[in-house]
Design a protein around this ligand. Sequence first.
Ligand SMILES: Nc1ncnc2c1ncn2[C@@H]1O[C@H](COP(=O)(O)OP(=O)(O)OP(=O)(O)O)[C@@H](O)[C@H]1O
Length: 262
Amino acid sequence: MFTLKNISVRAADRSLLRNINLIAKPKEITGLVGKSGSGKSTLFRLALGLLTKTGEYEWEGSISWNGEYLSSGQNPKLQPVFQDPHGSFSPFGTMRELLLEPARIKNHFFLKTHQKSKEWDRIESYCKRFDLPKELLNKTKQELSGGQLQRFAILRALLTGPEYLLLDEPVTALDVLVQKKIAEELKEINTKENLGMFLVSHDLGFLSYMCDAIFVLDGGEIVESGRAKEILANPKSKLLQSLLQAKNHSFAGTASSSESSN
Ligand SMILES: Nc1ncnc2c1ncn2[C@@H]1O[C@H](COP(=O)(O)OP(=O)(O)OP(=O)(O)O)[C@@H](O)[C@H]1O
């Protein structure tokens, strides 16, 4: 279980999150939906151990993964994927070199020639799975599209052998067709490899297509949660009702189309 217990966060004398309690099953896709400014990114960064108590943020509560309490600092078992794929990679070096990073970190930044070629074989097999022609590995990030880069960002997270993925608006910056393709790929990873995911997004269409369970965040508080199908069919909070009514989801798979695919 990925568990957030009694989480409250303050910064600059403002309360950003209040009494957040969230339990996500390890092999499921759990979504967090909220409007802009509701605290999604704050919660995401906190869950990744990126809000240190000594910095500008004060927080209380606990975060745990399968019973193990997570302190601040990154945890390799939980891998993040961020919204901006361009910001996820260094402008220096080809994808082939940049994707060696996880292996380098594991080996204390030193890889022998045979280790490198073994890792490249592994990277190429992941490229195949993601429909990424291996020629793209010889390009720098400036030569790739946002969709290709986001796939490489997901691929890099998978290379570390994570137990759980945390994704912050992973398709928001992409065009609708690419969004759909990446959403399908993420769902396939979840089903085939039983890899659980925590997805943060303002896009209810995307989350309703993807998620087994959904939490609704409004003004720093969880106002509603439950199995995706159930709460989408019978929304109780004003926010979820208005998000469903608005139907201004940018994602191609809207709530209604997802019901058949769930
Ligand atoms: N360091 C800080 N000091 C003061 N206020 C902050 C700080 N960090 C975030 N906030 C405020 O907390 C609220 C939640 O911000 P957050 O970025 O988590 O929202 P969000 O739901 O991710 O929004 P968006 O979807 O627009 O990214 C906002 O009102 C933001 O201005």
